[in-house]
Design a protein around this ligand. Structure first.
Ligand code: SAM
Length: 206
């Protein structure tokens, strides 16, 4: 039987497939990139790393072994312990190269090894309510790092926090493509809070 974590990730994967699988421009971006780059900001222990990389690999379609790994996944969080767990857990395979960085998502430019742009920037359970100023800066960096045709995907625990995050990202030049209430989201003990309760896909406004 699945653990709660596995069930949550399976449901997240299903929602991502639904939201991104019909996004013709994004699919074109994935298929035309020699190396698809994923940036997972404030990822904690990055539980979703494998699911996300596999989903993007599937949306992108078959690669020949000669074409190499094809997916580069970078996760970042302030918390060293969680980043250490992610490093131990996701060690790379034929499809994906993983790297996990301890650091401040507002200071991405200090990490010289980071690519200039990413095709997908992901933030699971963005945390605007934990510090508006900090999170506005993280949203700004997330948009700055998006490639043309790239997508910013966020998930949120709460209805109102999600609305406020979307308003803040749009105020910084994000264009909302779709927002969706996850019908299978698992309720948590705090009233009104549930896992990946909302998901949204944005792009950088033209
Ligand atoms: C609500 S938790 C979400 C963690 C993970 N994405 C998840 O869904 O389980 C918010 C995360 O943001 C991280 N965080 C907060 N400020 C940050 C910053 N400036 N740079 C990087 N990570 C940050 C915290 O360490 C924490 O792991």
């Amino acid at each position: 039987m699945d653990s709660l974590l596995e069930t949550d990730l399976r449901r997240l994967d299903g929602e991502l497939n639904r939201l991104l699988g019909d996004d013709a421009l994004f699919l074109e971006t994935l298929r035309s990139s020699a190396e698809v780059r994923i940036l997972d900001l404030a990822c904690g222990a990055c539980d979703e790393a494998g699911v996300l990389a596999r989903r993007i690999a599937q949306l992108r379609g078959e690669q020949t072994p000669e074409e190499g790994p094809g997916i580069r996944f970078t996760g970042m969080d302030l918390r060293a312990r969680e980043i250490g767990w992610a490093r131990d857990r996701f060690r790379g395979d034929g499809t994906t190269v993983y790297e996990f960085l301890e650091g401040d998502a507002r200071r991405l430019d200090g990490h010289l090894q980071l690519p200039e742009q990413f095709d997908l920037v992901f933030m699971r359970h963005q945390n605007l309510w934990n510090g508006r100023r900090v999170w506005e800066e993280i949203y700004h960096k997330a948009l700055e790092k998006l490639s043309p045709g790239g997508r910013l995907v966020i998930t949120s625990y709460f209805d109102r926090e999600h609305e406020q995050a979307l308003a803040a990202i749009q105020a910084q030049g994000g264009k909302l493509l779709v927002t969706h209430r996850n019908p299978l989201s698992r309720e948590l003990p705090t009233p009104g809070k549930s896992v990946d309760r909302h998901l949204a896909v944005l792009e950088k406004a033209g």
